[in-house]
Design a protein around this ligand. Structure first.
Ligand SMILES: CC(C)(COP(=O)(O)OP(=O)(O)OC[C@H]1O[C@@H](n2cnc3c(N)ncnc32)[C@H](O)[C@@H]1OP(=O)(O)O)[C@@H](O)C(=O)NCCC(=O)NCCS
Length: 133
């Protein structure tokens, strides 16, 4: 059975298999810390195993940004990603803007949740992809 939690304390041991395809994936320790430091974190569990998460950073008055969303490939296509974003959006419903930058193939997923297409710009420092504590 899949359960959800807002801003849970998650041990690094339960954070395996994320950042799929990232050349320099953040370690479970880095992952646990970014969940802790995000303004909002929504986490999906299958038993006591974490199988999905989404984060938001926000000024708390006008704007928020969703930097990360991932569901384990074994659990995709079951609505878990949708629920994670819906839970974030419910908590951000007082804000004027909620933005996300995503790959083109994921845009339909966000369109279903009320997002519209816009031009996005991004800058990446690949040397820092693994994060730092
Ligand atoms: C994007 C992601 C989180 C979706 O999670 P999920 O639990 O599979 O999502 P849902 O089951 O709620 O999917 C809802 C719909 O979006 C579609 N969808 C999800 N990801 C998609 C993708 N990459 N390409 C095309 N369609 C996609 C699904 O087909 C589904 O539509 P359907 O119900 O009509 O079949 C998951 O595919 C994932 O972890 N991808 C890798 C990481 C990533 O791309 N994250 C987004 C960063 S912004």
């Amino acid at each position: 059975v899949i359960t959800y939690a807002s801003d849970p304390v998650v041990s690094p041991d339960s954070l395996v298999g994320f950042f799929d395809g990232w050349p320099t994936a953040p370690t479970p320790d880095v992952h646990a810390e970014l969940l802790r430091r995000s303004a909002l974190a929504e986490v999906a569990f299958d038993g006591d195993r974490v199988i999905g998460f989404a984060t938001a950073i926000s000024d708390g008055v006008l704007s928020a940004y969703i930097p990360l969303l991932e569901v384990h490939s074994t659990h995709r296509g079951r609505g878990i990603g949708t629920i994670l974003i819906e839970r974030l959006l419910a908590r951000l419903s007082d804000l004027y803007m909620v933005d996300v930058v995503c790959d083109d193939d994921v845009a339909p997923f966000y369109a279903r949740l009320g997002f519209t297409r816009a031009a996005g710009m991004m800058r990446r420092n690949y040397g820092a992809q693994g994060g730092s504590l």
